[in-house]
Every structure is written in structure tokens, then in C-alpha cells.
Design a protein. Structure first.
Length: 290
């Protein structure tokens, strides 16, 4: 079911994406500071692997990401303060919490991309792209609003420019505005019929979005599941429910990572396909008959 050929091209892709992950993990290049916040680019190579190499390739690069993320708990590469604390609590659980979400993310995104490619190829890509734009728009609007509310609740003086709470409000509003733009553009494109029939481009963009979304969801869920009863995580949660804690903890970082991953993965994946550099293609039913 999950065919993967270790030919020269696929091995070259794996080596290149692994090297890119190492650069992102061991240097500040993979981190983009935004005021007091920062976002990571590490999830993009995972998305590209899932697009170019399928579920097995996504699993391999996702596993590499997970291992490098665990090494950061020991200050190997860009150090992780949270990771160091979790390793002090339980090295085994810390490894599971760092490794499994990333490996699972790459595998699932590869599966989803393969399914989406066939879906867009065999059905109305205009309608499906519109639906995706609407869903992403709603998610970004909701996430932006949640971040705004969280920032307002945590900020003692909302008018104090430079206060961390103000940053949450500002970037939450930006995320909500981008989400609204997704919704408006999707409706306009659907009505005008300007979306070209294309199975690759929308599938790549969706894979990029899901790579960041699922990574955050799996990572935070594993944190709560494995360390939710520890004093450290209880202190972080401060009596909040799981969903409220995730929104407060990842905040605008996760929203921006979703946007960046969507754009970069969509553009790079589409470019690789059009340059005929993708080692894997998926045949539709009509193509098989031909």
C-alpha cells in the first residue's frame, strides 16, 4: 500500500531535506523572530518530503525532525528550555513527546497529499479549492480571535505598546484579517471561475497547511497526555482547559507557522512538480485505463 523506491532521486531528496533540517535545528536560520515571539521553519522540509516522497518519505524526514528536536533538549543545536525540563522529568517520555508527533505528522501528511492529488484530479478542483480556502479562512479567523482574547486577558494594560499582550492582540488581528481574506478570495474565485483546473497546486498548499497544523496539534496533545500531571505542566496550564492552554501557549506562533508552511510548501511543491523533479506521481483511474 505504501510503495517507496530507494532510488538515486529519492535518496538525494532525503539527504537534502535532512541537511536542511540540520541547518534549521543547529543554527538560528530556522527561527524567525517576531518581536518577543519566534516561529520555526523545521516543519517545511517535512511537508516537502510528504509531497515529493509520499507517506514513507514524510515519515523518514518527520522522524529526523523528531530526533533533532529531542537533541535540542540537551542543548545540541538551538536549545529548548521546555525540552530540558521535560528530559529532567522523564527522558523516555520526553523522547516520545518530541519524536512521535513529528514522525506521525510526516506520515499522515503524505497520505493526505496522495488522496488529495487524486481527489483534485478526478473532481471539480474549483469547488474543492474554494472549500479549502473557506475552511482555512475560518480556522485562521477563529485562531486569531482566540489569540486576541487571550492577549487581552493576559495584558494588564492593553494600550501599552511593546507589552507581550499587545503583541498577541496585534498579530491575532493580523491572522484574523488573513483568514477573512482567504474567505473573500475563495468566494470571489468560485463565483468568477478563475481557479484553473490543477490537481497539484491546491494539494501542495493543503499539505503545507496540514503539516504545520497537525504538528502543533500532535505536539501539544502529547505534552498534555504525557506530562499533564506534572507540576511543571500544571503550572503552565494554570487551571485552564486543554484547548484554552494550547491557544494561550502556542498563540500566534502556530498561526504564523501555518501561514508560512502553507505558502512555502505550496510554492516549492508546485515548482518541483512542474520542473519534473518529483520522484513520485500518482495515477488516477482514468490515467490507468489510458
Amino acid at each position: 500500500m505504501f510503495k517507496f523506491k530507494f532510488n538515486a532521486r529519492s535518496v538525494a531528496y532525503l539527504a537534502l531535506l535532512t541537511a536542511l533540517l540540520m541547518v534549521f535545528s543547529f543554527t538560528p536560520i530556522g527561527t524567525i523572530p517576531i518581536g518577543p515571539l519566534s516561529i520555526t521553519l523545521n516543519i517545511i522540509p517535512v511537508a516537502i518530503a510528504a509531497i515529493a516522497l509520499g507517506p514513507i518519505g514524510g515519515l523518514i524526514i518527520g522522524s529526523v525532525f523528531g530526533i533533532l528536536s529531542y537533541l535540542q533538549c540537551y542543548s545540541i543545536g538551538v536549545p529548548s528550555g521546555m525540552g530540558a525540563i521535560l528530559v529532567g522529568i522523564s527522558p523516555v517520555l520526553a523522547f516520545i513527546q518530541r519524536f512521535v508527533p513529528r514522525a506521525l505528522d510526516g506520515f499522515l501528511v503524505g497520505l493526505i497529499y496522495r488522496y488529495l492529488y487524486k481527489l483534485f484530479k478526478e473532481h471539480d478542483s474549483n469547488l474543492l479549492t474554494t472549500v479549502f480556502g473557506l475552511v482555512v479562512g475560518v480556522i485562521l479567523c477563529a485562531a486569531g480571535a482566540a489569540v486576541c482574547v487571550n492577549g487581552a486577558n493576559k495584558n494588564a494594560d492593553p494600550e501599552a505598546v511593546g507589552h507581550p499582550g499587545t503583541v498577541f492582540i496585534v498579530f491575532g488581528a493580523i491572522a484574523a484579517a488573513i483568514g477573512l481574506a482567504f474567505i473573500v478570495l475563495s468566494i470571489i474565485n468560485r463565483v468568477s471561475g478563475r481557479i484553473k483546473k490543477d490537481s497539484i497546486t491546491p494539494a501542495c498548499f493543503i499539505a503545507g497547511f496540514l503539516s504545520a497544523f497537525l504538528n502543533t496539534a500532535f505536539f501539544m496533545s502529547a505534552l498534555i497526555l504525557l506530562f499533564g500531571n506534572t507540576e511543571y505542566v500544571k503550572g503552565l496550564m494554570a487551571g485552564r482547559g486543554a484547548l484554552a492552554f494550547i491557544v494561550a501557549f502556542v498563540g500566534i506562533n502556530a498561526v504564523i507557522e501555518m501561514i508560512v508552511s502553507t505558502i512555502f510548501s505550496g510554492v516549492i511543491g508546485s515548482a518541483l512538480y512542474r520542473a519534473k523533479l518529483l520522484p513520485i506521481t500518482y495515477k488516477t483511474k482514468n490515467q490507468k485505463k489510458a
